[in-house]
Every structure is written in structure tokens, then in C-alpha cells.
Design a protein around this ligand. Structure first.
Ligand code: AHR
Length: 620
């Protein structure tokens, strides 16, 4: 295949081509990137998921019961755990999110107690396989029945002890009046950038490896809620943890809301990502829609959220932000109105009044924000001068057939691919996903290559595309609702599973095209490609993916202005077969990087196999 790349005449890119999308699904927040180790730390519950003692168990003769005291820890956390015993050493034990990994490092913990107790608590990490306490600390207490008291501690185990550990708090029951009440029992390992209430370093490092330019949050379906009155309310995710009530997420578990709005913004800060903030837009997943004449409070709420993030301290919500310890505002340049709000019963109301009501109000106050519709209805977005969010979960053949999908979209970096993944094997009749059929457990190589073809198609349309994010991002292998996912983990796995698609995105994202460059008479199938120039490395780039080739393809590539002797680097990703995938402990993706020198007339020659993904980068 001869590819001749011109050196002028292309389109600038958004600069944000690769980002990430996050919602709490698969225990990706609680039990995932949010570093809290204690599961069910505050007995949060709702009509959907009533409060439970699970997974807490008692130590000694203690009787455990949930109580809704007349003077709870806070109105947000009305339920607490009563631990009753008349004598002896008693307490409570928690196994964490299916295991607590113990390392020789400092753990920061705290818990609230109500009840008379003049003694000390022992906070410890306990290895239940070897029946051994692997780290403990005494926490002096003069707790009182008249008020809730917070107890804080640090704990540094003497030795590492795997993941089969529980966290325990014990006390001398004879020094109480017969019981104590506990709430908000928290334990954090070191976090990324040492942020309090922060993130797991290993998962943050994995994300950093993707060089992501934006974070779309906080959903996904999880933004929307299933039925009234539950949807993800931003103002219930800010401030002290004792003031966050939690939320019955749409993915079958109660969310703690410990990972909240400020934590998302810190996440953006820490990885240099542009926030793409989704606001609730009056549509629940089970179809109730807020009528037009009742929508205003929700629009006001979105504006209040923006005020909280961006307002100076003279505004009500800017002042609230400052009072919580964040005097400096953040900037929001991108907002998405809802999530897939064009679906189901939401569809007609979205395009007839809901989207417009939010967009007009937001742009009236913030004219520079690009407001995105949570639909890829191209005509609608164009009419409304809006952005759009295209989602695609499909099969490999279908993704490849969409190589040209964005060719006629609107210019202006307005189209985000907010979610995409190849999720099922091809079927003879072709077509997209069968939502009643099983999906792949992990991304498969053939799917990964098809995603690369689709993304290359998006990159060719540089002037239209904002960027793309795979979804879902994370999967806790001990409890999840959706597969395949980009990154998987478990307390019981020594290393996180970086999927085949992770490796593909890492390669595509690491080689950023600043301006696409035209290719002389391009023809695609089985080789799909895009060329461009990178300003940061001052180099020419050719990205390609090969799908369904019956033979090895001999490539012959020239870049206008690059002559004989020029040096290039070719990186090629391959895998043993189309259905190779990365599982716990395995990595099937082979990364081959070689140096190439341009021959006569500046030609770079190399061979590429079927189902390979490659990047050729040549210094300008
Ligand atoms: O990524 C999983 C789900 O797929 C998202 O929550 C939703 O937006 C989409 O339908």
C-alpha cells in the first residue's frame, strides 16, 4: 500500500482526542479508585437499598444492631451501629471491599462514637488466615452519651500481610453502660498526591499512562437515577463526609458519595484533565420526565453547581466552596446535559424543551461553555449550535463499518464519543449489540483493533471531534455489573488488569496529532489510517490499523518534505489471535518498536500483519 502524506492542508485537532469517562459502576468508585477501605462505613441506605449491617461482624459477645437514634451523627447519616455487651473485650470487624491489603505504610483512620466510655479502643488490622494482628494502635477515648465524638488515629503495620485481612475496633465492654454507638468508620491507605479522602495510587498511575485530556463525569446511567426522588445530586456530594447522605446508584449498590464533586475536580487537577461535567436534566431511567413547567428548579440547581465550581467568593455557592476549604474556583468549559437523555421516554421532551432550557440558561450566564447534548442527533445539535455525545457499544465488524461515520458531522470540535466499546463477537448477519446476549468478559483483541479503526476514523475528522472515552472505565472483579471494561482489579489480584483496549488507547493517545495531513487518493479496507503533524514533538505521524486482511500488507509511506535518510520509529501492537484478551496475570499484547530509515525518495517501507495497530512517527 502506497501512502503519500502532504505537509499542508489538514485540520487542527481539538488537542483533547483521548479522555476518560467515569461513573460509579462495577464498584469503580466505592471499592475502586476512591481509596476508602471500609465497606459500608456509615450504614447508608435508601428506600432502594435499605441500610444493612453487612459486611460488619461482631467480635466477642457483642450484639450488633442498626439504630436510628433521636440524635444521630448527622441528618445525612441517620443510621448507626449499636454494639452491645456487658463485659469482656468486644468489637466490630470489617472485611473491606472483599479484602484489605496490608502493607508497611501509614493508614489514616477515624470513627465516631456515642456512649459513655472511659478507656481506649484498639484499632487493628487482622490477618484472618494466620489469626494474627498485623498492626494495631490504641485510641484513647472519653466518649460520652451526650454527644458524638470523632476518634482519629494512624496505624502502621509492622509487616505486609496480603489481602486476607479485616479491620477491627475493640473495646472493654465493662467500661461502658452496656453499649456504644458507632458511625462513619473510615480507613484510608496512602492516596495519590496524598490527598485526604483521595484516590488509589495504582489506578491513578494506570490512568496517567493513558495521558487522558478530559474526564467525563459523574455518569452514565448513574447520573440519572431510576425513579424519583433519586438522581445524583451534586450538593449531596460535597463537604464533610458526615454531611453526605449517599445515593442509591443505578448499578445495584448504595453509593457513599465520598467520591464527590470536589474529588472529581481534584482528579482532573491531578491528571491534567479538562472536566466535562454532566448535569441532571429531568429524566429518570425508568422514564419519568420532569414537565416543562416544573423544570426551572433543576436548571437553577445546575447553575448553582456551576456557581459552586466557578463562582468567586461573593456568590452564594462560591462562598460555600470557599467555606469548605477551596477558595480558588475551577473552570468548566464543557457541560453535558443529562446522559443518553434522548432514549426511552426522555426522547421527545429532550429535543422539544429540556435540552434547550438548560443550554439557554447556562449559555446566558456562561457564553463560553460548550453545552453538549446527550444525544448524537447531528441535526438537532447543529440547529441548537450545541455539542453532542455519541455512544456506541457494538461488534467489531460494525465498528469498522463506522470508519466514515463522522465524515458529515458539524465542525468545531463539537462531537464527543463519550462511551464506546466492542462488546460482543461478530455475527454472520452483521449489525450491532444484542443487549439480551452475553457480552465479552474482557476486551478481545479483534474488538480492540476495531475500536482503533473507529478512532482513526474519528481522528481523520479532526475538525469535528472533541475526543473519545472508552466505557466503562473500571471493574472490581469481586462485584461488577458490566463487562467488558478498560481496567479491572480486585483486592485479591497482585496487579491491575490493563485490557487490550487500554494498550491500544495508550498508544493512540501517546502520539497526538495536532494537525491532520491530507493523504493522496486514500483508500481504506483492510488498512485504515490517518496522518498528521505533532506540534509537541515536531514530527509526522501515521496511525494505522489492519482489519480482515488475508495477507501481510507491505506499506510504503512518504511524508512530503521528508527525504532519504530521515529517521522514524514504528510501534506495532499485535496479539496471538483475534480472541486473545488480558485476564488476571496475563498480558497478551506484544509491543514491537523498531527504528526505520527512509530509503530513496524518503520512503519508509515496512510490513504489517492483519489485526495490527501501529504508529509511525518521523521527525520533521
Ligand atoms: O457504560 C455503561 C452504560 O452504558 C452507561 O451508564 C450508559 O450511559 C450506557 O448506556
Amino acid at each position: 500500500l502506497d501512502i503519500k502524506v502532504a505537509n499542508t492542508g489538514g485540520n487542527a485537532t481539538s488537542g483533547k482526542q483521548y479522555g476518560i469517562m467515569f461513573e460509579d459502576i462495577n464498584h469503580s468508585g466505592d471499592g475502586g479508585i476512591y481509596a476508602e477501605l471500609i465497606r459500608n462505613r456509615a450504614f447508608q441506605g435508601s428506600a432502594v437499598f435499605p441500610s444493612t449491617i453487612e459486611p460488619w461482624t461482631s467480635i466477642g459477645d457483642a450484639q450488633l444492631s442498626l439504630q436510628n437514634l433521636s440524635d444521630p451523627l448527622s441528618s445525612a447519616l441517620p443510621t448507626s451501629l449499636n454494639v452491645a455487651a456487658s463485659s469482656g473485650k468486644v468489637g466490630i470487624s470489617n472485611p473491606g471491599y472483599w479484602g484489605i491489603e496490608v502493607k508497611v505504610q501509614q493508614y489514616n483512620g477515624s470513627f465516631w462514637v456515642k456512649g459513655n466510655y472511659n478507656g481506649s479502643f484498639t484499632a487493628s488490622l487482622y490477618d484472618y488466615l494466620s489469626n494474627e494482628t498485623v498492626g494495631s494502635v490504641e485510641v484513647p477515648s472519653n466518649a460520652s452519651a451526650s454527644e458524638w465524638q470523632e476518634h482519629s488515629f494512624t496505624l502502621t503495620p509492622e509487616k505486609a500481610a496480603g489481602v486476607n485481612n479485616t479491620f477491627q475496633i475493640t473495646f472493654d465492654a465493662s467500661a461502658t453502660d452496656g453499649s456504644l454507638d458507632f458511625n462513619l468508620i473510615s480507613l484510608f491507605p496512602p492516596t495519590y498526591n496524598n490527598r485526604p479522602n483521595g484516590m488509589r495510587p495504582d489506578l491513578m498511575e494506570a490512568l496517567k499512562g493513558l495521558n487522558p485530556s478530559f474526564l467525563r463525569f459523574p455518569g452514565g446511567n448513574n447520573l440519572e437515577g431510576n425513579d424519583p426522588p433519586y438522581y445524583l445530586k451534586w450538593n449531596e456530594t460535597i463537604g464533610p463526609l458526615k454531611d453526605r447522605p449517599g445515593y442509591p446508584g443505578t448499578w445495584s449498590y448504595e453509593n457513599t458519595n465520598g467520591l464527590g464533586l470536589v474529588e472529581y475536580l481534584h482528579w482532573c487537577d491531578d491528571l491534567g484533565m479538562e472536566p466535562v461535567l454532566a448535569v441532571w436534566a429531568g429524566f429518570y431511567l425508568d422514564d419519568p420526565v420532569i414537565p416543562e413547567d416544573e423544570l426551572q428548579p433543576y436548571i437553577d440547581d445546575a447553575l448553582n453547581e456551576l456557581d459552586f465550581i466557578m463562582g468567586d467568593q461573593n456568590t452564594n455557592y462560591g462562598a460555600l466552596r470557599a467555606s469548605l476549604g477551596y477558595p480558588d474556583p475551577w473552570t468548566i468549559n464543557y457541560i453535558e446535559v443529562g446522559n443518553e437523555d434522548n432514549l426511552g421516554g426522555g426522547g421527545s421532551s429532550y429535543e422539544s424543551y429540556r435540552f434547550q432550557a438548560f443550554k439557554y440558561a447556562i449559555n446566558e450566564k456562561y457564553p463560553d461553555i460548550l453545552v453538549m447534548a446527550s444525544t448524537a442527533d447531528f441535526d438537532f445539535a447543529e440547529t441548537e449550535d450545541a455539542g453532542e455525545d455519541y455512544h456506541q457499544y457494538t461488534r467489531s465488524d460494525y465498528f469498522v463499518s463506522q470508519f466514515n461515520f463522522f465524515d458529515n458531522f458539524i465542525t468545531g470540535f463539537k462531537t464527543m464519543i463519550g462511551e464506546y466499546a466492542a462488546v460482543q463477537p461478530n455475527i454472520p448477519e452483521g449489525g450491532g449489540t444484542d443487549w439480551n446476549a452475553a457480552r465479552w468478559a474482557f476486551p478481545m483483541w479483534i474488538g480492540t483493533v476495531s475500536e482503533a479503526v473507529f478512532l482513526i476514523g474519528a481522528e481523520r475528522n479532526a475538525d469535528k471531534m472533541f475526543g473519545a472515552a472508552y466505557a466503562p472505565l473500571f471493574q472490581n472483579l469481586d462485584s461488577y455489573e458490566w463487562a467488558p471494561d478498560l481496567i479491572s482489579y480486585s483486592a485479591n489480584t497482585s496487579a491491575d488488569v490493563l485490557s487490550t483496549s487500554y494498550h491500544m488507547i495508550q498508544l493512540m493517545s501517546a502520539h497526538r496529532i495536532s494537525t491532520t495531513l491530507p493523504i493522496d487518493s486514500p483508500s481504506f479496507d483492510p488498512v485504515y489510517y490517518v496522518a498528521g503533524h505533532s506540534n509537541s514533538s515536531d514530527s509526522y505521524i501515521l496511525k494505522s490499523a489492519i482489519y480482515n486482511s488475508t495477507e501481510t500488507v507491505s506499506m510504503s509511506v512518504t511524508f512530503d518534505g521528508v527525504s532519504e535518510g530521515a529517521e522514524g520509529t514504528l510501534t506495532v501492537l499485535t496479539a496471538p489471535d483475534p480472541f486473545s484478551y488480558n485476564d488476571v496475570g496475563s498480558d497478551v499484547v506484544k509491543n514491537t518498536t523498531i527504528s526505520l530509515t527512509a530509503g530513496s525518495d524518503g520512503v519508509f517501507e515496512f510490513d504489517l500483519d492483519d489485526l495490527s495497530i501501529s504508529v509511525l512517527e518521523v521527525k520533521a
